[in-house]
Ligand binder design. Structure first.
Ligand SMILES: [Zn+2]
Length: 663
C-alpha cells in the first residue's frame, strides 16, 4: 500500500462533507478535484489531477474513487477546437496514471482547464433555484454579487469545459440548470466558498418568497384508499417489468399545492436528475382513486412517446426508447410514489424527487414561473451516449428484481430456506412468523448474502387481523406483491385415540386455517392489482401418504391441498395460480421435529432419534437427504413466470416416495 498524498486526502474528506448534504449533491451528482504532485514509475515528479470517478457517490468517497490523471496531458487538449464526447473520453483516458483505475468524470476537463488547486462542482438546490427561470442571470448577480460568471445551459463536455476556463480570474461560475463551480488553493477555503455561495443563494431566495402557495384543503386518502391506489398503480407500472413502489411523505406539503402540475412541468432541478427520475413526473388528480389515476399514467406514456418521436433524429445510433413509464408519481396529500427494482432504488429516486420538486416549488414561489432547457436539450441529456453507455454496462437484473413475495414461517426450516433463496434472486420480501428471533436470524443470513432487507410481521397467522397486517405490509412497503408462500406449520403427533381436541384444533388452525386466511386476503388484493400472482402451499408427503400417529398433521396438510385446488379454480380468471409442494423429511433449521416429535417419529419407524435423517434418506428412491434449499428452488420456479402455465398442481420434493406419488 502506498500512502495517500495529502492533497488527495483533503479532497476525499472535503468530498465526504459535501456528499453528506443532499441539498448540495444527490447520488453521484457533482464532482470535486485536487491538483498535486506524485512520483511516476520512472521516479519523476509529475503534476496530476485527482478527479471524482464517473458515477461515484461523494457520500462514501474513498481515495480509489478519485483517479489520477497527468495534468499537462489534459491541459494540452485545450488546443482542440472541438471534441465529441467519445473523442474527449478517449483522450482523457490516455492521461490516466493507472489505465485500470476508475473511469474519470465526464466533467474532468472542467477541473483540468481551471488552474486552481482545489475545485468543487456541486448541483446545489439553491443555486439551481436561482437559475431555473427566465431571469436567472439577474438573480445570480443579485444573490452572489458580480464575482460569479453566469453560463447559460451547455451540456457537460469539452465545449463547456473550454468555455468555463475563461472565467478563472473570477470567484466562481454558475451553470444555469446545472450547478456551481468554485475553487481555491486551500481545500478548506474551497469548501467554505461552496457553502458561502449556497447560503447566499438561500438567503436571497428567502428574501423574495411571496405569499404561501394556495393548497388543497381536503384530507389525503385513508390508509385503505392509499392501499387500493398503490395496488392498481403497481399493477399498471409492472406490466412489463415488475417494480416496487415506494411512498415518501417528504413532499406531502408540496403535493397539496394547487400548482402541483406546474411544479412537475418545471422539470428537474439539475439536468443530471433526469437520468434517474426522467424529465418529468406524473401528477395524480387531487382526489386520486384507482379509476381516475390510471388515465394519468396512460397520458404520461403517450406524452413520452410523442416527445421521443419528435426528437428521435437526435438519438444516437444503436439505442432505442427508454421504458416510457414515469419513475415518480406525485400524489396530492401524500407526497411521492417512486418505482424501482427495490425499495433502495425507490428511496434513491424519492430523494432526488424531493430535491428536484422542492427546487421547482421554490422557483415558482420566488420568481412566479419556471423555465427549463427545452425539449431538444432535455432529449439530448435523456439520451446522452455517455449515460446510455453506463446503463448498457450495468449487470443484468436478478430474476426476482422488483418482485415482492410474502413468506410465512420464515423464521426457521423450510420457510427460512425459501426466504434466503428468494432474496438471493433479488426479491423484496415480507417475512412472517410467530416470534421475531428466528426472523432476525433469517434476515442476518439474507443481508450476509447481499439480499434486500426484508420486512417483518410477527404474530399468529391463524388470526385474521395478523394475516391482514401481513398482506398490508407488502402493499404499504412495496406497493403490492406477486406471490405468497404458506410455509408456517406445526407437527401434530399422537394416534387418533390419544390425540386431544385442543391439539387437533391447534394443528388445523396453524396449518390449515391460516392458509385459508392468507389465500383469501391474498386473492382479494391480487385481483385488485390486476397482474395475476402465484400462491405456493408447502404441504407434505403425508398429504398423500399418511403414517400412523401423525393424523392431526396429515389431515391439515391434505386439507391444504384441497384449498390449493379451489384457489386455482377460483383464481384462474384473475391469472392467480395456486400450486403445492409436498416435501418430506426436511431437517435443516426446522422446528417441526422439536417438542418430542423427532423421538416419536423415530420410535414409530423403529430407529434411534439421531438416525432419523438417514432413515428417511434410505427410504426414498434416490437415497438422498432432502433440504429446505431443494424446496426453495421448486418454490422459486412456482413463483416465477417459468411456471406460468401451471396451476392446481402438486410437486413432490421428497427424493421419490412411491406411496406419495401425486395422483
Ligand atoms: Zn455537473
Amino acid at each position: 500500500m502506498t500512502t495517500i498524498p495529502k492533497d488527495l486526502e483533503e479532497l476525499v474528506s472535503r468530498s465526504q462533507f459535501i456528499g453528506a448534504d443532499q441539498s448540495l449533491v444527490v447520488f453521484g451528482g457533482g464532482n470535486t478535484s485536487a491538483k498535486g504532485e506524485i512520483t511516476d514509475h520512472l521516479g519523476r515528479k509529475r503534476t496530476v489531477l485527482w478527479v471524482k470517478g464517473s458515477g461515484a457517490d461523494m457520500t462514501n468517497a474513498v481515495a480509489v474513487d478519485y483517479p489520477a490523471l497527468y495534468l499537462e496531458e489534459l491541459v494540452s487538449l485545450k488546443k482542440f477546437e472541438k471534441l465529441s464526447d467519445e473523442e474527449m473520453t478517449d483522450l482523457v483516458g490516455k492521461a490516466l496514471v493507472d489505465p485500470n483505475s476508475r473511469r474519470p468524470s465526464i466533467e474532468t476537463l472542467l477541473h483540468a482547464f481551471l488552474p486552481s488547486k482545489h475545485i468543487d462542482h456541486v448541483h446545489a438546490d439553491s443555486i439551481c433555484a436561482l437559475t431555473n427561470h427566465k431571469g436567472g442571470k439577474k438573480a445570480v448577480a443579485e444573490a452572489l454579487g458580480d464575482g460569479f460568471a453566469y453560463v447559460d445551459w451547455i451540456r457537460p463536455g469539452f465545449e463547456l469545459s473550454k468555455f468555463a476556463s475563461q472565467f478563472a480570474e473570477m470567484e466562481g461560475i454558475v451553470l444555469a440548470h446545472h450547478g456551481l463551480i468554485v475553487w481555491d488553493e486551500n481545500s478548506d477555503r474551497c469548501k467554505d466558498k461552496t457553502i458561502s455561495a449556497v447560503n447566499k443563494a438561500n438567503k436571497y431566495l428567502d428574501s423574495l418568497s411571496v405569499k404561501p402557495a394556495a393548497k388543497f384543503d381536503h384530507a389525503g386518502p385513508s390508509d385503505q384508499e392509499l392501499n387500493d391506489l398503490l395496488l392498481v398503480l403497481r399493477g399498471k407500472l409492472s406490466r412489463k417489468t415488475k417494480r416496487v413502489l415506494t411512498v415518501d411523505k417528504r413532499l406531502e406539503e408540496l403535493s397539496k399545492r394547487k400548482d402541483l402540475v406546474a411544479i412537475a412541468e418545471a422539470g428537474t432541478a439539475s439536468a443530471d436528475h433526469m437520468l434517474r427520475i426522467r424529465p418529468w413526473s406524473a401528477v395524480l388528480p387531487e382526489k386520486a382513486d384507482p379509476t381516475n389515476s390510471i388515465p394519468v399514467i396512460d397520458k404520461y406514456v403517450d406524452r413520452y412517446k410523442k416527445y421521443f418521436e419528435a426528437n428521435k433524429s437526435l438519438l444516437p445510433q444503436g439505442y432505442s426508447m427508454h421504458d416510457p413509464d414515469p419513475r415518480v408519481v406525485l400524489l396530492p396529500g401524500v407526497g411521492s410514489i417512486t418505482t424501482g427494482a427495490s425499495k433502495n432504488e425507490g428511496k434513491m429516486l424519492a430523494d432526488i424527487a424531493f430535491h428536484t420538486h422542492s427546487v421547482a416549488g421554490r422557483v415558482l414561489d420566488s420568481f412566479g414561473s419556471a423555465d427549463t432547457i427545452g425539449d431538444a436539450e432535455v432529449f439530448g441529456f435523456d439520451y446522452w451516449p455517455m449515460e446510455l453507455y453506463k446503463l448498457s454496462s450495468k449487470p443484468k437484473p436478478l430474476k426476482f428484481a422488483g418482485h415482492v413475495f410474502v413468506v410465512t414461517g420464515a423464521g426457521s426450516g423450510i420457510g427460512r430456506g425459501i426466504a434466503i433463496e428468494l432474496a438471493a434472486q433479488g426479491a423484496s420480501l415480507v417475512l412472517a412468523d410467530l416470534g421475531d428471533e428466528g426472523l432476525k436470524e433469517t434476515e442476518k443470513i439474507i443481508i450476509g448474502n447481499k439480499g434486500l432487507k426484508p420486512e417483518f410481521v410477527v404474530g399468529d397467522q391463524s388470526k385474521e387481523s395478523v394475516v391482514i397486517e401481513t398482506i398490508n405490509s407488502a402493499i404499504k412497503n412495496f406497493g403490492g406483491f406477486d406471490g405468497v408462500v404458506m410455509s408456517a406449520g406445526i407437527g401434530v403427533s399422537d394416534s387418533l385415540e390419544t390425540l386431544t381436541l385442543d391439539k387437533w384444533n391447534q394443528g388445523l388452525a396453524v396449518n390449515l386455517s391460516s392458509s385459508f386466511l392468507i389465500t383469501k386476503h391474498a386473492m382479494i388484493n391480487l385481483r385488485k392489482q390486476g397482474i395475476g400472482g402465484s400462491l405456493v402451499y408447502i404441504a407434505s408427503k403425508n398429504a398423500f401418504s399418511p403414517g400412523a400417529g401423525f393424523g392431526g398433521y396429515s389431515v391439515s396438510k391434505a386439507g391444504m391441498l384441497q384449498l390449493m385446488r379451489i384457489a386455482a379454480i377460483e383464481g384462474g380468471s384473475a391469472q392467480i395460480r395456486a400450486n403445492a409442494i409436498n416435501p418430506d423429511a426436511i431437517f435443516d433449521n426446522s422446528k417441526l421435529w422439536e417438542g418430542g416429535i423427532r423421538e416419536q417419529r423415530a420410535a414409530a419407524h423403529g430407529v434411534k432419534p439421531e438416525e432419523l435423517e438417514d432413515f428417511y434418506a434410505s427410504r426414498n428412491m434416490l437415497k438422498v437427504h432432502v433440504t429446505s434449499k431443494d424446496v426453495a428452488l421448486t418454490t422459486s420456479y412456482l413463483l416465477s413466470d417459468e411456471s406460468s402455465r401451471t396451476t392446481g398442481s402438486v410437486i413432490a420434493v421428497d427424493g421419490g416416495v412411491a406411496a406419495a406419488f401425486p395422483r
